[in-house]
Design a protein around this ligand. Sequence first.
Ligand SMILES: [Zn+2]
Length: 596
Amino acid sequence: MNKQQTLQHYFGHQNFREQQEEVIDSILNHQDVLMILPTGGGKSLCYQLPSLLMDGVTVVVSPLLALMHDQVVALKENGISAEMLSSIQTIEESKLIEQALYNNQIKLLYVAPERLMNNYFLTFLMDLNINFFVIDEAHCVSEWGHEFREHYRMLSQLKISFPNTTITAFTATATTIVKEDILSNLQLKNPKVVTGSLFRENLTITAQHRQSDGRRQLTHFLKEHEGEMGIVYAFSRKQTEATATYLQKQGYKAQAFHAGLPTDVKKKVYHDFVSDEINIVVATIAFGMGIDKSNIRFVVHMNLPKTLENYYQEIGRSGRDGLDATTLLLFSASDVVQQKSFIDELPDSPYKENAYEKINTIARFSDSESCRHQQIATYFNDTIEACGNRCDNCLYPDKNSIDITQDAQKLLSAIYRTKQSFGIHYVIDVLRGSKEQRILTNTHDQLTVYGIGEHHSKAQWLTIADKLLELGAIGIGEYRVYYLTDRGVGILKGAELVSIREERMVVKKAKSKKKVTYFDDYEVEIFDKFRALRKEIATINKVPPYVVFSDKTLKELSNVMPSNKNEMLDVHGIGEVKFERYGEAFLVLIEEINNV
Ligand SMILES: [Zn+2]
């Protein structure tokens, strides 16, 4: 069989995609290869097909068991003899595979890097007829990448042990520095380097500022994708579980997935998702690397990912069948603070500096106003035209900006006048003329900034604070105390104008003014906290919990999140008497939740 016949017979395709043939020809000519091609671009065919045309066995190094397993199953489906060697096989099973390798009965062998670099195994391999090596997910070689694996570093020995065997490396993404790292670490000789276009034209990329925990935005998005399959990425294990529970209550077939779940649960979720029995997986990044499901129609990020590389790989898991897919990134300035606080813990090193820069990059991307596809391409040193209709920034370019310089100055001034010693909620309360005891005790009602911000809701002021954080005009110090940076001082002195997209202010305004009349999307986590407090109060007072506050009241509280007595009295079921008895305890809890 020739190339074309093999393509049709084993893979069922009529034609090669761009660049596939180039790589296949290089491998057939025994040339080392580095191929950088986006997820879904048809990378694996580039080494599977030449393997079939050559004598001997191809050894594929892959970082994840799930990934290897899926590939082996898919190859066997296509009538290709493939096996994997990993920690999950018994010694007997491994022996059988080794025997089959001796007998030349296996075309593709998948192994984990730690297995490959073990001395016994290397010696074993030297007795085999290996046509070429494949290093999949090759970016794991580089410390500068986002998924560095210690065992991948050892692959630099491969060229020494097998100086005459072709080595090919494949990855979905690599910046210039990662690319250089792959080439030098793997010691590729005169390699053919092929870079595919990063533009995934079937993906529509959108991003929004997250409001509260983002669940309303998520449900709104899901309503437009009824019945479709998708992944929702969340930051923590706890958050995946809470969000999955929330979606189940909304009637979605959703399950949580994270590394902390028992293996059988993980297997079941993975299986149910791949076989379309559930629609949505709410996962930490542990889920999805190498997932071979082509009909994922959307990817939602509930938080800012760590890097643009992570983000691009994660959204790349949707639309692998080439059909339309949509991505939504929900982000807030607090994500950046949180991510950076993790890096703060690391010892000083160039890596640490690099990690900070990566967070700044993804933060700028999320809040940017130019073509998102173009920005991604630029980041990976590719040049493309603006997509025109495949990202929110191109689709809706006329984002009306409004000038908020005066408001920004008011907020900066309030932070300054309260001696840069308070959290943002306190500062906003001062601006809005709150009569909270703490403010009166501190005599902050005497300040010139007291009460000059009543024209905006608390939510709107929080948005303005977010914008100032994004600009780096204010910072958050220990105990979440806000302070002015040099840029903030400049803005306060009128050196710079501040503007914000009108919609950001309007949405918040609508939300805070609207009388809440529905309860189906109350925040489960918060509601649970309120319920726990209600139980505590009920026990102390020896009354049933519902006598303290009804469920309806708790649900409305979790929607409104009142910050003072007046706002609280607006909530269903809370009158003066109830407020006197229980109000303060709930206000304290709400403040705690808001400050998390
Ligand atoms: Zn665009």
